[in-house]
Design a protein around this ligand. Structure first.
Ligand code: SF4
Length: 260
């Protein structure tokens, strides 16, 4: 990949990205938020009013595997115990959890079974079995991220991703968005590099702080526009700059030798 020298004035690029991020954020709530290709598993996670713990448990398993694999697990357990009511989950032992995860594609079934067991116990003790208390009552973004961090197995990356999904996709009202960071996934990284926001092979922290510098009020709002650009026009081996709305500002577009 060609190294991109950052142009001195990236304000147009940043403004365009923020404009698109806000438009996507303000869009109507979608009928179904995508978590996995499995429609039944998706339906369970999307039912955040009835089963708020399904989303939280999906987040707990979202490590070192594709998100789809993590968010399939509540559905697998649902099928084994005929429902996903919290009152059923709290009765399960760690051993039972391990057995139920047998059909999961997760690489760390044993660890996830343990994290699920501890997570369910924590939701019971801290929130009386109602995981929606993590985000209910329009808390600050910092409060939501902090509460996710208290759950065993959830680190800063997943905690901030969870807060972003709640605010952006589930349209859960929060009093601010300052603590919702960007997720430095492969699309965000590629687009940030090509736009000259960060150098090639920048660390995740550099990407996160760059997003904070661009839009401190809500750095994570840049997630969706970068994902959209990265998936549609700014792919790793094929670029369609003529279709990308950042074409006229992008330094990479002016210098690229990658096939378009
Ligand atoms: S103009 Fe081209 S290189 Fe720049 S972000 Fe868009 S698709 Fe990527």
């Amino acid at each position: 990949m060609k190294t991109v020298i950052a142009n001195s004035d990236q304000s147009n690029t940043k403004n365009e990205l923020m404009r698109r991020g806000k438009a996507l954020f303000d869009a109507e709530k979608s009928d179904a938020i995508y978590f996995t290709n499995n429609q039944e598993a998706n339906t369970l996670i999307n039912d955040i009013e009835e089963y708020p713990h399904a989303f939280v448990l999906g987040c707990i398993a979202d490590r070192q595997v594709k998100s789809e694999t993590a968010f399939d697990i509540p559905w697998l357990i649902n099928n084994r115990i005929n429902g996903f009511e919290f009152s059923k989950l709290i009765k399960l032992s760690e051993i039972e959890m391990r057995v139920f995860l047998h059909d999961s594609k997760h690489r760390f079934k044993k660890d996830i079974a343990k994290a699920y067991f501890k997570g369910i116990k924590y939701i019971d003790e801290e929130y009386g079995g109602d995981a929606s208390k993590i985000w209910g009552g329009s808390p600050s973004s910092a409060e939501v991220v902090y509460k996710f961090l208290q759950i065993d197995g959830i680190g800063p990356k997943i905690a901030t991703m969870a807060a972003n999904i709640l605010a952006r996709d589930f349209k859960i009202p929060l009093s601010d968005y300052y603590s919702i960071d960007i997720s430095a996934d492969r699309h965000v990284r590629r687009v940030f590099e090509r736009l000259g926001f960060v150098k090639q092979n920048a660390s995740n922290e550099e990407i996160i702080y760059k997003a904070r510098a661009i839009y401190p009020e809500f750095p994570g709002i840049l997630d969706n526009p970068c994902f959209e650009i990265g998936r549609n026009w700014c792919r790793s081996n094929k670029i369609q700059c003529t279709d990308c709305y950042l074409e006229k500002y992008c330094p990479f577009n002016k210098n690229s030798k990658i096939k378009k």
